[in-house]
Design a protein around this ligand. Structure first.
Ligand SMILES: [Zn+2]
Ligand SMILES: [Zn+2]
Length: 254
């Protein structure tokens, strides 16, 4: 079951007049602007597009099954990565994470993927490519961001928290390997149940990458000695990794 045409109409009507004090320091308020069916290769979804009062970005939720009024809804927060998500860049693992999340949610009773338009950890596409350019000359991902005058991570999850409220989700189970995302949502009053680890099926590339990463305790090393971008902030867990390897990832995190 997903939203019926009548429920869609009600949500849109309600949201047209919605105003609130807003979430977070920037008082972010979002409104559901449009909803449609979205059959996908990962299962049956409905897409919900949002307006917000802060940036010109059009954030979206991809909803599987019935989530309005539901408890413990599996939720994945994904930050947009044009180069990875759409083009399949290997400078990061965003697309692997996106596909793994959609595949997991599509097979569950219900779930939501929040697609947040905070490209390049919130610094935008132009600046992300500038950072890539610096990395081509030997800077690492953190140094590159700092050199451009940004903090290591400019993302803000107040939009995500409000989107979940707009969708009338009562409580969520976050699909993540990163406890920091959980803290970020708790801050905005989202009720959270047990975390669901995001497990990525291995491929010839990331198998080596992840083994190296586990061995180096959190250093984002890839095929050569190039530093890999950590845009989704999650430490990927690949099918077949041992508990020790997963543990090593989390130790290297702090
Ligand atoms: Zn609001
Ligand atoms: Zn990426």
């Amino acid at each position: 079951m997903s939203l019926t045409p009548l429920q869609i109409q009600e949500l849109l009507d309600e949201n047209r007049a919605h105003e609130c004090e807003g979430f977070g320091k920037d008082h972010v308020c979002v409104r559901i602007a449009s909803i449609a069916e979205l059959p996908s290769r990962f299962g049956q979804f409905q897409v919900v597009a949002f307006y917000n009062n802060r940036d010109d970005k059009e954030h979206a939720a991809f909803v599987h099954g019935d989530v309005a009024g539901a408890e413990n809804v599996p939720v994945r927060m994904h930050s947009e990565c044009l180069t990875g998500d759409a083009i399949g860049s290997l400078r990061c693992d965003c697309r692997d994470q996106l596909e793994a999340a959609l595949r997991t949610i599509g097979q569950m009773e219900n779930g939501i993927l929040l697609y947040l338009r905070q490209e390049g950890r919130g610094i935008g596409l132009v600046n992300k490519i500038r950072a890539y350019g610096l990395q081509d000359y030997g800077y690492d991902t953190v140094e590159a961001n700092l050199a451009l005058g940004f903090r290591d991570d400019e993302r803000d999850y107040s939009v995500a928290a409000h989107m979940l409220e707009s969708l009338k989700v009562k409580s969520v189970r976050l699909l993540t390997n990163n406890p920091k995302k959980i803290d970020a949502l708790l801050e905005f009053g989202v009720k959270l149940g047990e975390r669901i680890p995001l497990v990525i099926p291995p491929n010839p590339y990331n198998e080596f990458y992840l083994k190296t990463k586990a061995a180096k305790s959190g250093h984002m090393m890839t095929f050569g000695s190039e530093v890999r971008l950590e845009e989704q902030m999650d430490l990927p867990v690949v099918e077949g990794m041992s508990l020790e390897q997963i543990g090593a990832l989390h130790q290297g995190e702090g």
